[in-house]
Design a protein around this ligand. Structure first.
Ligand code: BG6
Length: 248
């Protein structure tokens, strides 16, 4: 860890507890939808396997494919409340997003204290930091959590769409963040809680992939490529002790 000069953090589930907000919003979409369509019921395991960490419409498509349901893509402007039978992938994604924003506005966001402690520590050790999130809501979540000014670089879902970067599990968004920090992938560590995110980190040739176990499970995170798994990020602070010398 001493040679790491840049930390590339996922947001939802790593810095803020918003993976849970996303998870509930997806359940609000898919529980009634799958029931109405006579498909196998939606479970939390579906979220981890098919949706977690992926860009919004990739998550919709991936879950529907698991039930052998194939819908037209539609347009980003498709209404969230399309009538039954006329739904599109994008309309369903927009329905989930409305549910997400409703909860965010009602409940607000407080960052994980241990993650903020780790962020403080890596910055004190002279490392550069970026957020790499599939979410187009990343800027509003960062602002709500009081973290908007803490990162040199933010590569979120909107940046990825604008630049045509494939989303996680492809490594491209992490690689772009390293490039924007002016660092090689081998000088950066990726921090992720989602299966798709750990896969992306493992595919990118980074110095370390840190898994944060928020429900996926230590064994799965390790199998997919995490070389360290923690329950909370402040467990890593003692490993940073020599970083300042090596980056000076
Ligand atoms: O719909 P958004 O906010 O652009 O986010 C897409 C995805 O963003 C990821 O960060 C979350 O882990 C996923 O659960 C979410 O579905």
């Amino acid at each position: 860890m001493a040679a790491v000069r840049g930390w590339l953090f996922d947001l939802d589930g790593v810095l803020t507890p918003t993976a849970t907000v996303h998870m509930h919003a997806w359940a609000r979409l898919f529980t009634p939808y799958l029931e109405q369509h006579g498909a196998a019921p939606y479970t939390d395991a579906d979220y981890f396997a098919y949706i977690d960490g992926k860009p919004r419409y990739d998550g919709v498509r991936s879950l529907l494919e698991s039930r052998d349901i194939h819908l037209p893509e539609g347009e980003v402007t498709d209404a969230p409340n399309q009538p039954s039978g006329d739904e599109t992938v994008r309309g369903l994604g927009n329905r989930k997003n409305a549910a997400f924003n409703e909860t965010l506005a009602e409940e607000g966001v407080a960052a994980y204290p241990a993650s903020v402690a780790f962020l403080d520590a890596v910055q004190q050790h002279g490392c550069l930091v970026a957020v790499v999130s599939s979410s187009k809501n990343a800027p509003s979540v960062l602002a709500a959590a009081g973290l908007a000014d803490r990162f040199e670089v933010v590569v979120d879902g909107a940046v990825a769409a604008r630049e045509g970067l494939p989303g996680k599990p492809a490594p491209d968004t992490f690689l772009r963040a390293a490039e924007q920090l002016g660092l090689e992938p081998g000088e950066c560590a990726v921090v992720e809680d989602a299966e798709s995110g750990v896969r992306a980190g493992a595919a990118g040739g980074f110095a370390h992939v840190v898994g944060v176990d928020r429900g996926v499970g230590r064994g799965t995170l390790e199998r997919l490529g995490a070389d360290i798994v923690v329950d909370e990020l402040d467990e890593l602070i003692p490993l940073l002790t020599t970083t300042r010398e090596s980056t000076a």
